[in-house]
Design a protein around this ligand. Structure first.
Ligand code: HEM
Length: 443
């Protein structure tokens, strides 16, 4: 478990910073001790578990044996009333409210909104450009998708910058030293709160003055409706808005960036993917949106995106805390210890994925063992935004590949971590519009 108190914190963070957490920290310990080993990170004794069985055991026993355990900086910046801090009944209730917009039932509403957002983004940010940062572009887009398509809040100039300042402090030490990342993030959080309190109050006034309270179907309206009914507090609304932005932002952008990176490196896969999208637009007017039915046809594209997330998971894993002594595989995990489940532990394991380091989207044709492919986690805390992330990725890929020729300017661009992975140069790409021969085609 390393040195007293600090344990193996330095080894853990050094490996993490270099984006080599699996190769340098986890894998050597798996070879030495097996899939389950103990260490000490940030003062806490921690058991690291790897493998589909362990993921299933841990993730499906949320609230019974473990509860999620975020660093103090994350809790302070996301807010103590966000869904990630809720347990049991309260967690179920909030997930229910959020789920009505983010789940399968909300998709019909989301698809046209996302199409319009992506088209507007390409028309205003890509048109006339020769070179753009793909990663930056997807961040701007996913931010406006969460605010405008999901929540129903208009993005004002400067908002993205303030939110990004908060996100930068989410995993930094919770020390209020003037000038530190955490200090800057806390200041930004105060600004966000002020802005959101105003938005929430306005929405409440508007809804109280109208008879059809949930008329726009947007998530903010649903949350504020809960406030009016006395079921949700104002702080819960604000903390969950901040959390949703945090949960969606770097994750979706990285997944999109890695999908494009893989397409650039595997022209045969790109050719196959392109055929899927050309077939979809072949009987559409040039300005017609894709529909939920079209999205269901993007089967190969979703395989490509999942295979990219398998090799480059946006989230390494996450921490839990044992709320009781846990017996697992002959070991006792004492109450109060932390437990870390990992995505790499299964994604890179050939017991689940043959030739695991090769890019092979076709492997998703066959069934994948439960809890082996876990970029979105699992159990009661499985990603609440899975469907939105999927739509965001597929619709963005659709419009880019049908409207633009593109290539990576730095095919070997390294991945950096801060604290989540990102392409270190922002993934610059060269773009040129495709000929618009089908602009005059009618259905
Ligand atoms: C590719 C994109 C995404 C990835 C890889 C991802 C991954 C994850 C993972 C691994 C978890 C579980 C964390 C844990 O077990 O502690 C999670 C939870 C969550 N995600 Fe996502 N996510 C993505 C996009 C989104 C989006 C777009 C939203 C919503 C706008 C979202 C909302 C949430 C929420 C609310 C939770 C917490 C659920 C709970 O505690 O019950 N995510 N996500």
């Amino acid at each position: 478990m390393g040195l007293p108190f600090i344990g193996e914190t330095m080894e853990f963070f050094n490996a993490h910073r270099r984006n080599q957490l699996f190769e340098v920290f986890v894998h050597p310990r798996i070879l030495k001790h097996g899939n389950i080993f103990k260490t000490r990170i940030m003062g806490s004794p921690t058991v690291v578990v790897n493998g589909a069985e362990a993921n299933k055991f841990l993730l499906s026993n949320e609230f019974k044996l473990v509860k999620s355990s975020w660093p103090s900086s994350s809790v302070q910046l996301m807010g103590s009333d966000s869904i990630m801090e809720k347990d049991g009944e309260r967690h179920r209730f909030l997930r229910g409210v959020i789920g009505t917009s983010l789940g399968y039932a909300g998709l019909e509403l989301l698809v046209p909104k996302l199409c319009n957002s992506v088209k507007l983004h390409l028309a205003t940010k890509w048109k006339g450009q020769e070179e753009i940062s793909l990663y930056r572009s997807t961040k701007v887009l996913s931010f406006s998708i969460v605010f405008e398509c999901l929540l129903g809040i208009k993005v004002e100039p400067g908002m993205l910058d303030i939110f990004e300042k908060v996100l930068e402090g989410v995993f930094s030490p919770a020390v209020m030293l003037p000038g530190s990342k955490f200090w800057r993030a806390k200041k930004a959080r105060v600004e966000i709160e002020k802005m959101l309190v105003k938005v929430v109050k306005e929405k409440r006034r508007e809804m109280e003055g109208s008879l059809q309270r949930e008329q726009d179907g947007m998530l903010l309206s649903k949350l504020v409706y809960g406030m009016i009914q006395g079921e949700i507090s104002e702080k819960e609304v604000i903390d969950n808005v901040v959390l949703l932005v945090f949960a969606a932002h770097d994750t979706t952008s990285f997944a999109v960036a890695m999908t494009f990176k893989m397409l650039a490196q595997h022209p045969d896969c790109y050719g196959k993917l392109l055929q899927e999208h050309v077939a979809i637009i072949s009987n559409k007017r040039w300005d017609e949106n894709v529909t939920l039915e079209d999205i269901k046809k993007m089967k190969y594209t979703w395989q490509v995106a999942r295979e990219s997330m398998r090799l480059f998971p946006p989230i390494f894993g996450s921490f839990r805390k044992a709320i009781t002594d846990i017996e697992y595989e002959g070991f006792i995990i004492p109450r109060g210890w932390k437990v870390l489940w990992t995505t790499y532990g299964t994604h890179y394991n050939e017991d689940y994925f043959k030739d695991p380091m090769s890019f092979n989207p076709g492997r998703f044709e066959e069934g994948i063992p439960q809890y082996a492919f876990v970029p979105f986690g699992g159990g009661p805390r499985v990603c609440a935004g899975y469907q939105l992330a999927k739509l965001n990725i597929l619709i963005f890929v659709h419009y880019v590949v049908t409207q633009y020729e593109w290539f990576l300017l730095h095919p070997d661009e390294p991945i950096a971590m801060d604290p989540l992975p990102f392409p270190s140069l922002g993934m610059p790409i060269r773009i040129s519009p495709k000929s618009t021969s089908n602009e005059t085609t009618t259905k």
